[in-house]
Design a protein around this ligand. Sequence first.
Ligand SMILES: [Zn+2]
Ligand SMILES: [Zn+2]
Length: 342
Amino acid sequence: MKTRIAMWYAPMDLRLEEKEIGLLQEGEILVNVKAALTCGTDVKIYKRGHPLITPPFPLGHEFSGIVVDVGKNVDKSLIGKKVVTSNVASCHRCFYCKRGLENLCKKHEILYGAFADYIKIPKTIVEQNLQILPEDMDFLTASLVEPLSCALHGVNRANINIGDTVSIIGAGPMGLLMTQLCKLRGATVIMVDKSQPRLDIARQLGADYIINADNVKDVVTEVRNLTPEGKGVDVSIEAVGLPETWEEATKFPRKGGTVILYGGCASGTKISIDTELIHYSELTIKGSFNTTAYEIEVAFNLLRRKEILAENYVSGKFPLEDVERALKMHMKQQGIKYAIIP
Ligand SMILES: [Zn+2]
Ligand SMILES: [Zn+2]
């Protein structure tokens, strides 16, 4: 049996190829992809490559579909079921997993290749992160499990309390998902971005205040003016992935506040921070990477309860032949995310 699959060869060079699927190993399942979403990570790889990735490399990792076959020792009744998984699973045995830091696992199973007709899901991911969709859950909504679980990890790292004020830099897919999660946590949300259309979406999704960084003289003052006594936010989240916005994010919090640097910057980049902010203001600065099996489960349940709707995140649908067009539109920030419907 064969599948079409989008393979990345070099920056801006993606090819749709036909490949033999091969036999399923023990514990694996084969899924007929029904929806796969474009993600900033796919766009970054497509555009500039990735230090850890050698071509040819299959793209696409946010997906859902129907189980069409199962390997040895997998319940056969899964065949025909609508499912979603995350694209990662940790080993639960390494140094980091033993210390409860499974998102930092050194022996991660990572799955790519969802821009395809069929995708094989490895055993560890099936065991840890497979979810069966209820009747009323559509494939687009289910495909948001992976990005939502990562956004949830970032928000969980912030320990937000009811009534807190949270600023978020970056109204891209992750910043928007975090906006909704912060609202669920009972926070006031200030969104900062330079794209008015994206800011307007943030507003629709619950941001209490929006600031267009291009239209104000000093973003730091604008953000602080929206907080009690102008002292600054309780939590400042960066969801862009640029050193300059990382630096900016450290200037928003009140004394004792928390900074979550979520957006991944290009490798080799550095930032500088006023040491007084850390010493006298006792800022807590945290990174956020990946997600955990529990957060994947919570993300799935939030989507199942319709707390987060795919219609707010999926700006259009493309057939598999048009993956490149979808990635380019995502890259140009036209819309939020695009769905590939093989
Ligand atoms: Zn993703
Ligand atoms: Zn591990």
